[in-house]
Design a protein around this ligand. Structure first.
Ligand code: ATP
Ligand code: MG
Length: 616
């Protein structure tokens, strides 16, 4: 069993072809499965029949309800439980791919659960964006005719009932110590805690006070309900943890019905058990909470509220990605303080940001498969994410030409060769490896745009493109011979001059008659279209932006967005927003979902370059 896998890649690295060319954009790619410690656990449980007797009542409820129902058609149940207080990010994508992916692969179901037990302001905007993000990633919570979308606040009555059961069993008490006293008596890592003077209240008194708490008879902070476990436990989480507190706060779902709210660590196991979850997969920070998770569900089973098999909490290492922040709070700060232009800014690691940047669901799923899951915390290099994207887009993105740093090239023998007014038709494959994707057609004209870097008046050593007397090929067109250039008063080159070498057109028998070493991409000056291109790069200049207490705002990359005016191949003017292309030699670009086509403007985002060039 791989319990301590800390490397970046899963044990088996895909040796291509990657499962990325799914024709249906929303279909999850068939996972080239690699095993991991989670799969090993599930395999073993399924093999020993742990879930064979599990019933499912068709809706969340107590054990007796499920036990009386037919066997669960889902072989396993997992859940994805975000708090609806922000947008999902690439770290959540790991959890989504894991939970929904396991359910898919094992014939199970993954529940979509909003963990909204905190009465703080939660927003419908976040709820909607979370649902959209998961659907876009290619997953669904509909299964066996049921829409498995739940919200934890619907379970408040069950949670209250569970708390009373604990009190009745002598396993919970109302504590009236002040917050300071409680802190002082909690002990430390090396020192046991001290029992509260209220710990041995009679059950009836605890019940009465808890009911009074619920009825709003006591002030916030005046008392709390605590589990009665062991103040001497080496695990601080077992030193009589708080389970219910008074908060006179309105809840977005339950309104003013409640003035007491359960603590997360109490609520979560109950949510899992009500939903008959088999595997409650969470990040490593919760490892120390597992004994309480098991204690609580064990108590409630013994009290008759739940039945075996109880859900099992399993922890995995959260995603840490270099050059990326994955804390909702910090991402919120980037948005609120306007360091970026919103949650869907293409520099953001949010799902909506990645999507607008040009990431595909398949690329994100591929990334999650490649990084695998482990029990050891590690940092994943950003280039792994970009690599997954390139591998996905390389296979499916149509090609096109764009000139990002335009310099005019004049073909001075055009009229002599072709006659005035002639345009020369050229063609190129939409995709070099997929003939079925068709052919692009465009015209060569007497003036074209080329990249400024493709001309050097005095060539440096090894330069093979245009310099006086040298020949190079205009891609898909003719070999040309450079004859010189024109300059402005400051000596800047304004126009490059060249002559067409007759009978050398690509695709004709004469194409190979002249051998050249340089091939140049171009766009017709009269037929190409102007486009705005936004060049995006990593948002931070440091691999671990918030490491060692550093303020991540101090290492924002000021060049993470640059806007340039460019020329693109005429056929690209038909691009619909959200479509990805490979601009030959430059990288992958996507027609911006928001701005492309607005008031006649063409806008493309650079998703990533063709090769990993960061820091080189
Ligand atoms: P934050 O601390 O940024 O608010 P969170 O973990 O509190 O994030 P939730 O909305 O509670 O955010 O997360 C929903 C699920 O996503 C949880 O099960 C959590 O474990 C998982 N998750 C969040 N961040 C990551 C990450 N970086 N890697 C893997 N899983 C993550
Ligand atoms: Mg959280």
């Amino acid at each position: 069993m791989l319990l301590c896998e800390t490397r970046w890649f899963p044990p088996v690295f895909h040796s291509g072809p990657y499962p990325v060319s799914a024709p249906d954009k929303n279909a999850a790619p068939a996972a080239a499965q690699t095993t991991n410690f989670l799969r090993n656990i599930i395999d073993a449980e399924l093999a020993n029949g742990k879930f064979a007797q599990r019933g499912w009542a068709g809706q969340p409820g107590e054990g007796s309800l499920h036990d009386a129902a037919a066997p669960d058609p889902a072989r396993i149940r997992t859940r994805f439980p975000p708090e609806p207080n922000g947008y999902l990010h690439v770290g959540h994508a790991k959890s989504i791919c894991l939970n929904f992916g396991l359910a898919r692969d094992y014939g199970g179901v993954c529940h979509m659960r909003f963990d909204d037990t905190n009465p703080e302001k939660e927003d419908q905007e976040y709820v909607d964006s979370i649902l959209d993000a998961i659907k876009w990633l290619g997953f669904s919570w509909d299964a066996n005719g049921t829409h498995h979308q739940y919200q934890a606040s619907d379970y408040f009555d069950f949670m209250y009932h569970a708390a009373e059961l604990l009190i009745e069993r002598g396993m919970a008490y109302i504590d009236q110590q002040t917050a300071d006293e409680m802190r002082a008596n909690r002990g430390t890592l090396t020192e046991a805690g001290k029992n509260s003077p209220w710990r041995d209240r009679p059950v009836e008194e605890n019940l009465r006070l808890f009911r009074e708490m619920k009825d709003g008879k006591h002030a916030e902070g005046s008392m709390i309900l605590r589990a009665k476990i062991d103040m001497g436990s080496p695990n601080i989480n077992l030193r009589d943890p708080a389970i219910y507190r008074i908060r006179f706060a309105e809840h977005h779902n339950t309104g003013n019905k409640w003035c007491i709210y359960p603590m997360y660590t109490f609520a979560h196991p109950i949510e899992d058990a009500l939903e008959r979850i088999t595997h409650s997969i969470c990040t490593l920070e919760f490892e120390d909470q597992r004994p309480f998770y098991d204690w609580l569900l064990g108590q409630l089973r013994d009290a008759g509220m739940f039945s075996e098999p109880l859900p099992r909490q399993i922890e995995f290492a959260r995603l840490n990605l270099t050059y990326v922040i994955t804390s909702k709070r910090k991402l919120m700060q980037l948005v609120n303080e306007k360091h970026v232009e919103g949650w869907d800014d293409p520099r953001m690691p949010t799902i909506v940001g990645l999507r607008r940047r040009g990431y595909t669901p398949e690329a994100i799923q591929l990334f999650c498969e490649r990084i695998g899951v482990s029990k050891g915390d590690s940092w994943i290099d950003y280039s792994i994410l970009e690599g997954a994207l390139r591998d996905d887009l390389d296979e499916k993105a149509p090609r096109g030409m764009a000139v990002l740093d335009p310099l005019k090239l004049k073909l001075t023998n055009w009229n002599a060769l072709f006659g005035t007014g002639h345009t020369e038709p050229c063609s190129a494959p939409v995709h070099p490896h997929h003939e079925a994707m068709g052919v692009r057609e465009f015209n060569l004209t007497p003036e074209v745009w080329i990249e400024r870097e493709d001309f050097q008046e005095v060539p440096e050593k090894g330069f093979r493109r245009l310099f006086p007397e040298n020949m190079a090929r205009l891609k898909y067109g003719y070999v040309i011979k450079c004859t010189g250039c024109e300059k402005d008063a400051d000596g800047n080159v304004t126009v490059v001059l060249a002559e067409i070498v007759p009978n050398t057109k690509s695709g004709t028998p004469g194409a190979d008659s002249v051998k050249v070493k340089g091939v140049i991409t171009w766009v017709s000056a009269s037929e190409g279209a102007p486009a705005e291109i936004r060049l995006y790069d990593r948002l931070f200049t440091e691999a671990q932006p918030d490491a060692g207490g550093r303020n991540f705002l101090d290492v924002i990359n000021p060049n993470a967005k640059r806007v340039i005016q460019t020329w693109i191949e005429p056929g690209l003017t038909n691009a619909t927003a959200g479509t990805s292309f490979q601009f030959e030699r430059h990288g992958y670009f996507v027609a911006d979902r928001k701005d492309h086509g607005q008031s006649g403007k063409l806008v493309f985002n650079r998703t990533t370059t063709l090769k990993d060039s960061w820091g080189k």
